[in-house]
Design a protein around this ligand. Structure first.
Ligand code: SF4
Length: 362
């Protein structure tokens, strides 16, 4: 195991208790890596929690002196040779003609990924006890950081600017689940079409499995290159507890959708998020990954880091050792299955900033 893999896992599990208030300081709430900020460590950009409860208690601090940034552990310099925060992207200062800030339409993730949540509402969020317990998708609406529904034209406009001004390399689109049988596939396809008409950039769409597999073909034909359908947790009792609403979609249904989508997008172009630390055993996560890889799906395993304001805000993070054991086993399975994060067109596994898995892969 590399030292870099261990340091990044430690920081992602424990967070950092204080960071300089400059550059791209990250954000609170929303979908994806909330309460995090991006750090580049020895050439690898990763998302590290800085605003949640866990990070407040962390022994790690990010400091800066005479232009040099360094990480302290209990006041001792870890002596990381290359360390930097990311700067605020230029597109954040722009607004649409109707006065909507580009930043409330899409955000910079990691160093070169543009991410948007097309629909910031979710059918599963009508009652908090029904929603995915870790999710903060509607929190950023309450904080007025974003808008409920972004139009295809708005996202295309922001993507074009982000590519031109900030060298963005890929677009990741997620969505709250609408009350329709396509589960968000339709709006994904509409946005991808509008974006590709303006700028040629690889796109990942993320949604629940649509009822009709024809949507996989429609998403692909509209310009979506990679697909994410996120399991998050895998043991049945943990699914019921953590995903009370979404667990009505059975694992068997997901596996069928994975097979159908791989036949359209190709092996290694479909991925799923697995959140380690919510109760699934190491064995369950590794066995599930094995099955996914055999189908052609990349299991993007990330340490669960609670987001402030969610029902799980005080849930403990997994230990570094737990994560490293999983990374070692799953990276070996990925190598055997010849699935590589850097060969994907787009998506979280390609970006890799929320996990140390890709470091173990190489
Ligand atoms: S891995 Fe996905 S959620 Fe995390 S920073 Fe990259 S694009 Fe965003």
């Amino acid at each position: 195991m590399s030292d870099l893999g261990k340091i990044i896992t430690e920081l992602q599990v424990n967070g950092i208790s204080s960071t300089p208030k400059k550059g791209n300081t990250g954000r609170k709430g929303g979908a994806g890596p909330s309460d995090h900020r991006a750090l580049t460590i020895e050439g690898k950009t990763v998302m590290v929690p800085v605003y949640n409860h866990v990070s407040k208690k962390s022994n790690y601090q990010l400091s800066e002196e005479s232009g040099r940034q360094f990480i302290l552990q209990n006041s001792e310099d870890l002596k990381i040779e290359e360390l930097s925060t990311t700067k605020e992207p230029s597109f954040y200062s722009l607004k649409t003609k109707d006065g909507i800030s580009y930043k409330s339409i899409a955000l910079l993730h990691s160093k070169d990924v543009l991410a948007t949540t097309i629909l910031q509402k979710c059918i599963r969020f009508r009652h908090r006890e029904e929603s995915c317990q870790f999710c903060a998708i509607e929190q950023s609406l309450e904080n007025e950081q974003t808008i409920i529904r972004k139009t295809p034209d708005q996202i295309a406009e922001v993507t074009e600017a982000a590519v031109r001004l900030d060298g963005i390399k890929q677009l990741v689109m997620t969505t709250g689940t609408p009350n329709s049988s396509d589960r968000g596939a339709r709006i994904m396809a509409e946005v991808a079409k509008a974006v590709k008409a303006k700028v040629d950039i690889p796109i990942q769409g993320q949604c629940e499995p649509p009822d009709n597999p024809i949507w996989f073909r429609k998403m692909k034909d509209s310009g979506i290159d990679s697909l994410g359908m996120h399991l998050e947790v895998v043991e049945e009792k943990i699914r019921k507890k953590i995903l009370p609403g979404k667990s009505e979609i059975s694992l068997e249904r997901y596996y069928k959708a994975f097979e159908e989508s791989v036949s359209v997008f190709g092996r290694g172009e479909v991925s799923t998020y697995l959140l380690a630390g919510l109760g699934d055993s190491k064995e369950s996560l590794i066995n599930c990954s094995k099955k996914l890889i055999s189908i052609g799906v990349y299991p993007f395993i990330v340490p669960f880091v609670p987001i402030a304001g969610t029902p799980l805000e005080h849930h403990p993070s997994p230990s570094t050792d737990f994560m490293i054991d999983i990374y070692e086993s799953v990276s070996q399975l990925l190598n055997e299955g010849n699935i590589k994060s850097d060969e994907m067109s787009a998506g979280c596994a390609k970006c890799g900033a929320c996990s140390a898995l890709s470091i173990f892969e190489s």
